[in-house]
Design a protein around this ligand. Sequence first.
Ligand SMILES: NC(=O)c1ccc[n+]([C@@H]2O[C@H](COP(=O)([O-])OP(=O)(O)OC[C@H]3O[C@@H](n4cnc5c(N)ncnc54)[C@H](OP(=O)(O)O)[C@@H]3O)[C@@H](O)[C@H]2O)c1
Length: 336
Amino acid sequence: MFLDHKNILITGGTGTVGKALLEKFLSYNINHIYIFSRDEQKHNAEMNKFQNHSKVSFIVGDIRNYNSIDRIMKGIHIVFHTAAMKIVRICEYNPSETFYTNIIGTQNVIKSAISNGVEKVIFTSSDKAANPTSVMGISKLYCEKLVSHANFIPNSNTIFTCVRFGNILGSRGCVLDLFINQIKTQDYITLTHPDMSRFILTKEESAELLVKSAQYAIGGEILINKMPNIRIYSLAKVLIQYLAPRFSKSPDGISIKIIDKQPSEKIHEELITLHEAERTLEFDNHYCILPTIHQERWKQYNLGQSKKISKEINSDTCSCMSEQELLNYLLKKKLI
Ligand SMILES: NC(=O)c1ccc[n+]([C@@H]2O[C@H](COP(=O)([O-])OP(=O)(O)OC[C@H]3O[C@@H](n4cnc5c(N)ncnc54)[C@H](OP(=O)(O)O)[C@@H]3O)[C@@H](O)[C@H]2O)c1
């Protein structure tokens, strides 16, 4: 296994994706895993779970501060950079804070990784980076550019790559948790638009993709898993039908209330824009968007099994799961 005997750093390791990565790594023959984030309470909660694991260390620090991240980078082989501000509405109202965490923080990770000779850095991006309409999406797009460019910095051997996710069901603050809580505590679910659609994945799948990307990334590319697509309205309906009886309620007693959409929120998400499609390779299970710079190196990304795509990939035109398929998915993935 390529991670054998490696030292791994997970920035944001106390978050949803970070914890899924840690869980996965415990079954590997890794030398040591460093969990890096700010809030001591989250560290404390995780430390209680992992106190018998001599291979896991919890480090309090802030990616906004170069010295804070740099003091832990020495001897690290692989960095999974998941730390970020990610809630669209919070970022929208706090653009300068988002700038410092997402953009300056990522630049600090890049600079420190290069100066400490890290082998690979994997950055977690979002489909909100594609044709962004929000501060969060813009910050992710900018980070993708920083990370992609970092791959080509002279005198550096560090491989930098980006992974773009859709909505991780079961992550903190996700729509699934909101709906479940609403069904439990009130007689309606709130939906911001009846046509809203999203690409989805589970936290385990996000960790899987990050590990695969760390293994196969050449550097500079954006890797995107092929993900199922759903109507959020279908999710609301399926959850009401399935969960209301489990909370001793009648599904008929729970309505779907359409509320105002946040102005920065998209009705449909793009996974790959039309412009990006021009330089996207399609593989069996994933897409690879080639960097906008150093076109002369593009041929190294084409491993022979790929084909070109001719149009954008978005959640409006991709087929959606039926309600039955969605219910099966939620049950199979143990999300409900
Ligand atoms: N969840 C999704 O649906 C989704 C979808 C697409 C992409 N992503 C991306 O995947 C990554 C992980 O998402 P997630 O759902 O795991 O987020 P999360 O649960 O909110 O976790 C974020 C982590 O980052 C840490 N963090 C935040 N600011 C920090 C800072 N300045 N310095 C150090 N650590 C900091 C947080 O801990 P402290 O606050 O204690 O520091 C926490 O451990 C993010 O980059 C996110 O944008 C997520």
